[in-house]
Design a protein around this ligand. Sequence first.
Ligand code: NDP
Length: 460
Amino acid sequence: MAYDVDLFVIGGGSGGVRAARIAAGHGARVMLAEEYRLGGTCVIRGCVPKKLMVYASRFADEFEDAAGFGWTLGEARFDWSVLKANRDAEIARLERIYRSLLDSSKVEVADERARIVDAHTVELASGRRVSAGHILIAVGASPTMEPRIPGGDLGMTSNEVFELENQPERILVIGGGYIAVEFAGIFAGLGTKTTLLHRGDKLLRGFDEDLRDALGDAYAKRGIDLALGLTLSRIDRDGGRLAATLSDGRVETFDRVLVATGRRPLTAGLGLETVGIATDGIGAIPVDAYSQTAVPSIYAVGDVTNRANLTPVAIREGHAFADTVFGGKRHCVDHGLIPTAVFSTPEIGTVGMGEEAARAKHGDDVVIFKAGFRPMKATISGRDERTLMKIVVQGSTDRVLGVHVVGHDAGEIIQMAGIALTMGATKADFDRTIAVHPTASEELVTMRTPHVVKAPVGVG
Ligand code: NDP
């Protein structure tokens, strides 16, 4: 049977756009539907605008630090509206680039919502039906407003934060994951009085404990009010502001409450039930290693599958799908070793296993190398900050299992460490690598003495 197109992609974010372009490059006739803006969460209201705000938030430190290096600066003032206008213009530019890339790849774009009608048919909001040899679901996820509490709707999510016309004087950020940590750092850097409320006793659950401790210490030093082990009970209007009642009974007033307690796949109303695709407890689409769903002609990539919810992973999944189905090159993504960065200030970069995960898997066969030091720039600037570098090694094989960095450019550093780990580097490989001096990352190739875990007093 002849279909209208070979591939119909639902969702114009990182995964969908990559899959569409690569499939078209393999000769497929491709159509893509996007109901909002091309570029998806990453470009429109995620990684990219967030990183621009992170840059903005770090200038305050630079201005302060400059004094120790002999600079005298005038009064520094920050104008939220200038940042917003410039950031929005840049995002619009990137969105246009996405569109022109699709155009030049001969992908037809429908700027409307699409839903699945059957295993080979999609219906657009306009009523137009398109038949397709394959359908790719790449609709992503959106922030949740959990937990549901009285007045919870007065809060905003990471979607709305990019729309704010004015800088809040005081903000309450809820959550201890990537988004909460990053935005708490951004707002604090920009001079907003920031409270970070998290139900756990440390931020970034699942990360190496030393990293979590280092970030908590750094955030406290930066003046972020860490309200740990607490939840939010209710939000009430208080004139033009918001009164937040915390679980310890404390009531505090904020201009804004940012809820960053996770994201859910955007599968509602997609028509999955009509083709018999059952989603999991949070609405994610189960797929196999090749991103194929229970319906052979329907695939899904990116956050909607809730595997590793990161842009570069979605891009790889989309690429692998297109190569496999349309390029005659069957391959899939290895989700085992994913370098990642948290754009907190200080920044975090991590790849591979944390110490706790390594010990859980390898028991005593784990050797730890750690360096905590004051970065060179802080010596003269006088800034009270520390850098942490940590290497987790399997003792019997000498294989490096994980590298973890807290400090300047940790994201940049960890990308390079990621190559080494992907190649299966051993600690001896790190050791025979000549240091780049003077840098912070030279510590990664000069740590020789394993960190000895001290037994508690009275033990051993
Ligand atoms: P995360 O899953 O990272 O964090 C959610 C946080 O909210 C956790 O601290 C969690 O606590 C807390 N939480 C969850 N439910 C509740 C609840 N009912 N009440 C109180 N607290 C709750 O989600 P994010 O929204 O921060 O980010 C989503 C994903 O987006 C990330 O996992 C990441 O994959 C991706 N991302 C990546 C970035 C990057 O690469 N730099 C940047 C931003 C996002 P607990 O730990 O106790 O479960």
